[in-house]
Design a protein around this ligand. Structure first.
Ligand code: ADP
Ligand code: MG
Length: 339
């Protein structure tokens, strides 16, 4: 998005369909954005807008079939010790192959909404994190892995890590499991952490703590974060760049300043109206009227047309969906209002 430096990851015109008996679902429809080293790109939008499918396609964990990647590139600028290496198009990798497995959980790690998906119930948290460490570090000895695991648990704020390392997942509270999952993800020093609604399943106190943790990690490491959330307070705290998705399309893209100071797309404005003010009084929430449509039955033209309060019949529901217009440098919006 900006000319800062070369991005770590560039998603270009990604298009993913699901081919089911019922029909074809266009889950991601021409989405492009960058993720920079040491920075957070937030991907926001209501449920069903293609956020997770986009994230999963980076790691190549979207199931093909039923999914089909119709177009696009995901360029990963992996750098070696000299700071140079050829860029890789992750979409060219075999999803089951060695190459992507070396990247998955190693250079690119992911944390999920539900931490139980990251841990099996039969082994201690410590053993599972140590195992991951040993897998990625051939020279590491067992006792070193245990020591490193304890350090990681401390780093994510787990008290009495020396004892807790021997606990089983069910002995941890939800918040603790969430932290342990982050420790697991950090065990390989990822270049990119994908956090898919990491705090949706925890209460607000724990949410704040997890965010503090991500914030701190960001400040102290070069790790980039792709943060998927529908909590705009979280976005305002963590993100440098924001991508707004709706029904598989990129509605708006810019820096946090662009999008918080000057939200342009009627959808973004609607999202903004639907949250309590970040500062000041709690105003009445105004949900966006209507519901997210289905990628299996997309309208022609702008996918937000039927919910839009400023739609222009004939233009917005015409044959061509609106292209992205650059309204100010680096601030793009896919809406005919700005043509
Ligand atoms: N495994 C699947 N099979 C069929 N359709 C899917 C599958 N996963 C996702 N989809 C479709 O893709 C759309 C986007 O899903 P997703 O990326 O999970 O949305 P979200 O923005 O909530 O993360 C969904 O509305 C659904 O129609
Ligand atoms: Mg999702």
């Amino acid at each position: 998005m900006s000319e800062r430096t070369q991005p770590l990851l560039e998603i270009k015109d990604l298009q993913i369909e699901f081919h089911l008996d019922e029909g074809i679902g266009r889950a991601v429809n021409g989405v492009s954005f960058d993720i920079h080293r040491g920075q957070t790109t937030a991907v926001i939008g209501e449920s069903g807008c293609g956020k997770s499918v986009t994230a999963h396609s980076i790691l190549r964990i979207v199931p093909h079939p039923p999914a089909k990647t119709v177009a696009g590139e995901i360029i990963y600028h992996r750098s070696d010790a000299n700071g140079s290496a050829d860029p890789i198009n992750l979409l060219k990798y075999d999803p089951k192959g060695q190459a992507i497995r070396r990247i998955r959980g190693n250079e690119i790690a992911m944390i999920f909404q539900e931490p139980m998906t990251s841990f099996g119930p039969m082994h201690t948290i410590g053993n599972q994190i140590s195992e991951a460490l040993l897998l990625h570090n051939q020279d590491m000895r067992k006792h070193q892995a245990r020591q490193r695991t304890i350090e990681l648990l401390k780093q994510v704020g787990i008290p009495m890590a020396e004892t807790r390392v021997d606990s089983y997942p069910h002995q941890f509270s939800g918040g603790m499991r969430q932290r342990a999952m982050i420790a697991m993800a950090l065990s390989c020093n990822p270049k990119l952490l994908i956090a898919d609604e990491p705090t949706t399943a925890v209460d607000v106190t724990i949410e704040a703590q997890i965010l503090d943790l991500l914030y701190e990690l960001q400040a102290t490491t070069e790790m980039a974060i792709m943060l998927i959330t529908h909590n705009l307070a979280i976005v305002s705290r963590l993100a440098q760049d924001i991508v707004v998705l709706y029904l598989g399309r990129r509605m708006e893209y810019g820096t946090k300043e662009h999008i918080f100071r000057n939200p342009l797309h009627p959808y973004t404005k609607g999202l903004w109206r639907s949250i309590p003010k970040l500062k000041g009084t709690l105003e009445r929430l105004v949900p966006i009227p209507g519901t997210v449509g289905s990628p299996y039955n997309l309208p022609q033209g702008c996918v937000f047309y039927d919910r839009c309060d400023v739609r222009m019949p004939g233009l917005c529901n015409g044959p061509e969906p609106p292209p992205s217009y650059e309204v100010e440098p680096g601030h793009l919006v896919a809406c005919y209002k700005y043509r």
